[in-house]
Ligand binder design. Structure first.
Ligand code: IMP
Ligand code: MG
Length: 181
């Protein structure tokens, strides 16, 4: 798997020390509020597990599963919810977690859907945010790292369901994206 990377962007130790900082910030901001975390699977799995274990607050956790890529390296713009029921977040302070903010379609669609359940507040926390013009505007309240507009894998992020178990985050070699197996 390592050989498929053009270069590594963030080693595991770098990711974890950034999560210490993010978790400290979230813990401070939510110290007097009851937090409900909604994580977007599958990409945010590692991020969710490592971040939440660093937040010493009582919280509720729910996961949402959506798809927008259909095995390609570019978003289709259509966000398909794999479950119909919206988590019960009425009157809750929601923190939405996702692996990466790219076009913005995914988080904008989830945010809109959660708003129908009348939460008290919604904030967005992403591990990575691509520096680019987005198709849909999304305010990310907590960002782990800003990256260039390149396709990255590892630490939960996949290309065609592979590379999620790489401990670090790296840029996938361009020729692999052009000609998937
Ligand atoms: P958006 O809807 O375009 O913002 O895309 C968000 C989703 O696309 C993320 O939750 C990821 O699952 C996936 N995604 C976007 N960029 C990348 C990338 O560089 N590598 C792997 N997955 C990505
Ligand atoms: Mg994904």
């Amino acid at each position: 798997m390592q050989d498929d990377l053009d270069r590594i962007l963030f080693h595991e130790t770098t990711i974890l020390s950034r999560l210490d900082e993010l978790a400290a910030q979230v813990s401070k901001d939510y110290r007097d509020r009851e937090l409900t975390v909604i994580a977007v699977l599958t990409g945010s799995l590692m991020f969710m597990a490592d971040l939440l274990r660093r937040i010493p607050l009582p919280l509720k956790l729910d996961c949402l599963s959506v798809a927008s890529y259909h095995g390609k390296a570019q978003t289709s713009g259509e966000v398909i919810f794999k479950q119909v029921a919206v988590p019960d977040v009425q009157d809750r302070h929601v923190l939405l977690l996702d692996d990466i903010l790219d076009s913005g379609h995914t988080l904008a669609a989830i945010r809109e859907k959660l708003e129908t359940a009348k939460p008290r507040s919604i904030r967005v926390c992403v591990l990575l945010s691509k520096k680019k013009a987005r198709a849909r505007h999304v305010d990310a309240d907590y960002v782990g790292f800003e990256i260039e507009d390149e396709f990255v894998v590892g630490y939960g992020l996949d290309f065609m369901e592979r590379y999620r178990n790489l401990p670090s985050i790296g840029v996938l070699r361009k020729e692999l994206i052009a000609q998937p197996q």
